[in-house]
Design a binder for this molecule. Structure first.
Ligand code: NAP
Length: 268
């Protein structure tokens, strides 16, 4: 399979990439730092004994970099079987991007929409194609003002809003696409990664718990049982998301606002 996993220079993304690489798949890694990305490409090759490891670099807090990466993918790759939108951020020394948006909104929500839409044709050409979107148990009703960069909220609130927004987009995309399966995933709460250590200073479970469920959803045969659903790995089962994820009016409002902000969002 051809697999793209964003945010795979660390945390559960890196561990999942190693697991998938061990099965011999072609893996495309992604990171925001070229040196770290190259180091991880070498590490994954060595650990998996698989040379079919490549990578893309883009800082997702800058949508122009996401656009450039999408173009590189379209030039380089003929089809993608699995795309895992895993890159995410909770805390940052610069929580507001140069373009004036909350960084959680841009990295966790705008960037995956922009990337996925730009490479959807390649995913449609995949075998049993699927998209896995990394949401969270942290889900808060999404403020249009936060999406527009008009208000500031706490780290936790911005993160939880971006993660519900991603989930709502997942359900929206699943309804629109019949030939690509889309599943939203809470990989488990407080897994042992940099993000969690920075945010909470403690963890509840190993990072492997999250990597294992990403691996399962990415490699499960057939996609009917995962398409359009939310897998809650705190329960180890498909589950119900926040009620807003089932509210078509709210989803339509969210997608209209997001598409508008993504199309006008320019770096200065
Ligand atoms: N850990 C948990 O308990 C938990 C729970 C629920 C959901 N999740 C979700 O799971 C995903 C992975 O999280 P994790 O815990 O593995 O976190 P992590 O260890 O901090 O890894 C995050 C990954 O995203 C990348 N990233 C961060 N900011 C970026 C940016 N501006 N542009 C491009 N890439 C960027 C990081 O790059 P660097 O290597 O350069 O830092 C890293 O590769 C996230 O979407 C997170 O929200 C995690």
């Amino acid at each position: 399979m051809n697999i793209l996993i964003t945010g795979s220079t660390d945390g559960i993304g890196k561990l999942a990439a190693i697991k998938m690489a061990k099965d011999g798949h072609q893996i495309y890694l992604h990171g925001r730092n070229i040196d770290k990305l190259n180091k991880v490409i070498s590490e994954v090759k060595l650990e998996s004994n698989n040379d079919k490891i490549d990578g893309f670099v883009a800082d997702f807090s800058d949508l122009d970099q996401v656009r450039r990466m999408s173009m590189e993918i379209n030039e380089k790759i003929s089809s993608l079987d699995v795309v895992i939108n895993n890159a995410g951020i909770f805390k940052s020394p610069q929580p507001i991007t140069k373009a004036g948006y909350d960084i959680r909104v841009v990295v966790n929500f705008f960037a995956p929409i922009l990337l996925t839409n730009a490479i959807l044709d390649k995913i449609s050409k995949g075998r049993s194609p699927r998209i896995i979107n990394l949401s969270s148990a942290a889900q808060s009703p999404v403020s249009m003002d936060l999406l527009g960069g008009d208000i500031k909220v706490s780290d936790q609130e911005a993160y939880a809003q971006s993660k519900l927004a991603l989930l709502m987009w997942s359900f929206y995309l699943a309804k629109k696409n019949n030939n690509v399966a889309i599943v939203a995933l809470n990989p488990g709460s407080l897994l042992n990664t940099n993000m969690v250590k920075e945010a909470y200073g403690k963890f509840w479970s190993s990072a492997d718990k999250g990597a294992n469920i990403i691996y399962e959803l990415a490699t499960i045969k057939g996609t009917e049982e995962i398409d359009g659903k939310y897998f809650d790995n705190d329960r180890g089962a498909f589950g119900l998301a926040h009620p807003d994820a089932y509210d078509n009016e709210k989803i339509n409002e969210l997608m209209k606002k997001a598409n508008n902000e993504i199309s006008v969002n320019k770096q200065i």
